[in-house]
Write a protein that binds this ligand. Structure first.
Ligand code: HEC
Length: 139
């Protein structure tokens, strides 16, 4: 009976731990970037066919006070790219509007968090930053 009980407990614990462990794994933002974004976005300048990540992240940091707000705005842009939502309007005219990259909600959030974390204040916000976008600097 004791053996039976402990076997039951082991399998109960395993069935609770294993699936929830797998589900709790947050998607890896960097892996998503490498898979779905890096074909167009480089991390550092020079650009491929889209603005590089670090200057973009810097823009998001200048525009939004908190990571939560910045990530929400970026995820919203990714859900439905729209020139009216883009922070970098010059990039829209230079590269064209980003096409929709279909991703599950949690991947959109994870990759936006990764993007946000690439912030590097030692680098600027990209070409033309502070010119047409001066309102960003005055906040
Ligand atoms: C087919 C090329 C392409 C792919 C793939 C791509 N992008 Fe873009 N992305 C662009 C271009 C072009 C722009 C600049 C024009 C614009 O803002 O729409 C851009 C702009 C952006 C911006 C800035 C929007 C703003 O506020 O100005 C973010 C953030 C972004 N991309 C994130 C991503 C993420 C995250 C992925 C992967 C899930 C991704 N992109 C995949 C082409 C691409």
């Amino acid at each position: 009976m004791n053996t039976f009980l402990s076997l039951c407990m082991v399998s109960a614990i395993a069935s609770v731990l294993l699936p929830s462990g797998a589900m709790a794994a947050t998607p890896d933002g960097e892996a998503i970037f490498n898979r779905s974004c890096s074909v167009c976005h480089s991390v550092n300048p020079p650009p491929k066919s889209a603005p590089p990540v670090i200057p973009l992240a810097n823009r998001y940091h200048m525009q939004f006070q908190t990571k939560e707000q910045g990530v929400a705005a970026m995820a919203d842009f990714l859900e439905k790219p729209d020139a009216a939502k883009a922070l970098d309007t010059r990039a829209v005219s230079r590269f064209g509007l980003m096409p929709l990259i279909p991703l599950p909600d949690e991947e959109r959030k994870a990759v936006s968090e990764w993007f946000w974390d690439q912030y590097n204040p030692a680098m600027g916000g990209g070409r033309g930053f502070g010119g047409g976008q001066r309102r960003l600097m005055n906040q």
